[in-house]
Design a protein around this ligand. Structure first.
Ligand SMILES: Nc1ncnc2c1ncn2[C@@H]1O[C@H](COP(=O)(O)OP(=O)(O)OP(=O)(O)O)[C@@H](O)[C@H]1O
Length: 433
């Protein structure tokens, strides 16, 4: 990773990266010898600014960034974050999330485009003048300083008086729930506690924008969940405009006001978590967020519907256009499919003989049941139509379909090997070609 030199707050430039120091009013502080840790601490501190304004939205306009003349990390990237909003960038590894965040911070120069904060063009403003603070995946704290000293440090490099910074640092540690740990060395703290300290240090300077780069990735599952809730609570309490980068869907859905799903250097869709899940505009977004079943459908173009397993399913905006009768694929969420047990038969073939082919639903055999606490996920294998009279929207033989129901709604007696009828509910879904 290249580390952009950042100016006044990072006198490390002249030192080697394995042994270096920060100078401040207090004197010099040794930085850990580990090369990556040193670079991360330097970046975290360099983003802490030496100007004083708060609030403001963010705009990245048509930003392009290429590394070494190769594929574009950002390719016409556009993002608009409202003041006080928490936007999460979500996407696969390498799609450009971190580059977007670092470009906003000023840690990466951009090839073209414009970056505005609070309506002011900061494209050429150095990193330490952008009024931002950043928390990284790595803890980026001084291990030989206490929690209080680490939080104070960000204020000290901005020339805040000792009395004032001690009071502010104490306040921030209280905000992140660490008042009773303030005199502990950060090297003696858990990962979750260290990230709280890093968050307190970032917020102590009242940044215009808070940047969170996979801040929870190094933590174990339980701590991740509790800390993400804490981050959201604190962000709402302080009203700090925040950009959060993660590849963890659940994390994104849990904390964001809006999620921007990234693909190949740009945002494919940005929306409130619920809209993104229920009304995805593209196949990429529909399949990236949550689970989907690919079901054959027959387009009812004028009605804005598709016939799926004999049932009319409304289509969301962004669905493929075409003519009545066109074959499409409908991306149905597991919870939009109803499942009922066909108790009176022993085989699908036996039932198919009795069934009217015009009735809605398809027959399937349950192959797995996953109990997930509040919900149950059922995997069922379609059997095809053995009577030979296939409906045009019959699901392919042997296709496995995933259905999800609240635990309390699971049909009594449903077990592996049960024969079930699957019927789509009239819940909007995306249709693709
Ligand atoms: N300093 C760099 N030098 C060369 N290429 C880079 C550099 N930083 C990023 N890239 C490339 O730019 C693209 C976007 O990288 P970026 O780190 O922004 O992706 P990401 O979505 O954050 O991925 P991850 O989730 O794995 O962190 C990738 O192809 C990556 O290899």
């Amino acid at each position: 990773m290249t580390v952009k030199d950042s100016g006044v707050n990072s006198p490390m430039d002249t030192k080697t990266q394995t042994e270096t120091s920060f100078s401040s009013n207090r004197g010099a502080f040794a930085v850990p010898e580990h090369r990556h840790e040193a670079a991360t601490i330097r970046e975290a501190l360099s983003v802490l600014n030496d100007s004083n304004s708060t609030g403001g939205g963010v705009q990245l306009r048509n930003v392009c960034k290429t590394f070494g003349g190769k594929a574009k990390a950002l390719d016409g990237f556009n993002l608009d974050i409202k003041p006080g909003e928490m936007v999460v960038l979500l996407g696969r590894s390498g799609c450009g999330k971190t580059t977007a965040l670092r470009a906003l911070a000023g840690l990466e120069d951009i090839d073209s485009g414009q970056i505005l904060v609070g309506g002011h063009d900061v494209t050429s403003v150095p990193v330490n003048k952008r009024d931002m603070a950043m928390v990284f995946q790595a803890y980026s704290l001084f291990p030989h300083m206490t929690a209080l000293q680490n939080v104070e440090f960000g204020l000290e490099i901005r020339g805040i008086s000792k009395k004032e910074r001690r009071s502010k640092a104490g306040e921030m540690l209280e905000l992140v729930g660490l008042s009773d740990q303030s005199n502990k060395y950060t090297s003696q703290m858990s990962g979750g506690q260290q990230q709280r300290v890093a968050l307190a240090r970032s917020l102590a300077i009242s940044p215009r924008v808070l940047l969170l780069d996979e801040p929870l990735s190094a933590l174990d599952a339980k701590v991740r969940v509790s800390l993400r809730e804490e981050i959201r609570r604190i962000q709402l309490e302080t009203g700090t405009t925040t950009l959060f980068v993660t590849h963890d869907q659940e994390e994104a859905l849990a904390v964001a006001d809006r999620i921007g799903v990234m693909n190949d250097g740009r945002i494919e869709q940005i929306d409130a978590p619920r809209n993104l899940y229920q009304r995805p505009k593209t196949e990429f977004v529909a399949t990236f967020i949550g689970l989907t079943n690919r079901l054959p459908g027959i387009l009812q173009a004028n009605a804005g519907e598709a016939l799926v397993l004999g049932q009319r399913v409304p289509l969301v905006p962004g669905s493929v256009s075409g003519s009545d009768g066109d074959s499409v694929t409908v991306l149905a969420r597991p919870e939009t499919l109803g499942v009922s047990l066909m108790q009176e038969v022993e085989s699908v073939g036996q039932l198919q003989g009795k069934r009217d082919d015009s009735s809605a639903g398809a027959l399937a055999t349950v192959v797995a049941i996953h109990f997930l606490g509040a919900i149950v996920r059922v995997e069922a294998r379609m059997q095809g139509n053995e009577s030979g009279r296939r409906r045009p929207d019959d699901v392919g033989q042997d296709q496995t379909i995933t259905i999800q129901v609240p635990s309390g709604d699971l049909p009594r007696g449903l077990a592996r090997g049960s024969i079930v009828s699957i019927v789509p509910k009239a819940i909007p879904a995306l249709a693709v070609a």
